[in-house]
Write a protein that binds this ligand. Structure first.
Ligand SMILES: N[C@@H](CCC(=O)N[C@@H](CS)C(=O)NCC(=O)O)C(=O)O
Length: 206
């Protein structure tokens, strides 16, 4: 039985849980981190020395780094679905996972922490506006790709959509100035119809 250690309000835990529910893999999730605490205790640090969530546990096998967990689960349980068999499609999907971490995560974090986890009087609105401007540019890149396909790596949901889709939920549900990106908006609309996205991602941002 797969165990996922981590609170569902974490975007990184959400990646793993969305993936698991898309694949219909039996699992258990244990709340840890954030208000639940426990992630700096020796027992947890022995599983994940970073003291961060998520950690995946499967019959004694331990894995941390959310994107690595999504890749592992998809390769094992989602071949031909979330994990494309065609190596070029898989490379394309994989690229979007890296792009989320290296490129989208920075400005997304500025906006999320600024607007959700910082008191109004302490907010750096200039930094938040600059991050929103940067994200409008970055979503333009995605919008162009989605002009010719339903999902980021083709016409089927893949590992590439998972980290990107979580960033998109935050983008569309925080009060920022959003430029029009019709293809990106249509893709987000398609994600919101998926039961696993509804259940794991479409929750209040805290
Ligand atoms: N690169 C790691 C980052 C993990 C991470 O930063 N997790 C955050 C939540 S999104 C965390 O554990 N924060 C401390 C806490 O929740 O107490 C991953 O993708 O898994």
């Amino acid at each position: 039985m797969i165990k996922v250690w981590g609170r569902l309000t974490s975007s990184n835990v959400q990646k793993v849980m969305w993936c698991i529910d898309e694949l219909g893999v039996p699992h258990e999730r244990i709340d840890i981190g954030g208000p639940f605490g426990g992630n700096k205790e020796p027992k947890y640090l022995a599983m994940n020395p970073n003291g961060l969530v998520p950690t995946l546990e499967e019959d004694g096998f331990l894995l941390w780094e959310s994107n690595a967990c999504v890749r592992y689960l998809s390769a094992k349980y989602g071949a031909g679905k979330l994990w494309p068999n065609d190596l070029r499609v898989r490379g394309d999907a994989d690229r979007w996972m890296d792009w989320q971490l290296t490129t989208l995560a920075g400005p997304s974090t500025v906006i999320f922490w600024g607007l959700v986890r910082t008191k109004p009087e302490d907010r750096d609105m200039k930094a938040i506006e600059a991050a929103a401007k940067k994200l409008n540019e970055l979503w333009t890149v995605v919008d162009k790709v989605l002009a010719t396909r339903k999902f980021v790596a083709g016409d089927q949901l893949t590992i590439g959509d998972i980290p990107m889709g979580i960033a998109a939920y935050r983008w569309f549900n925080l009060p920022v100035q959003r430029d029009r990106h019709p293809n990106f908006e249509a893709w987000y609309g398609r994600l919101t119809e998926r039961p696993a996205y509804k259940k794991n991602i479409m929750n209040p941002l805290v």
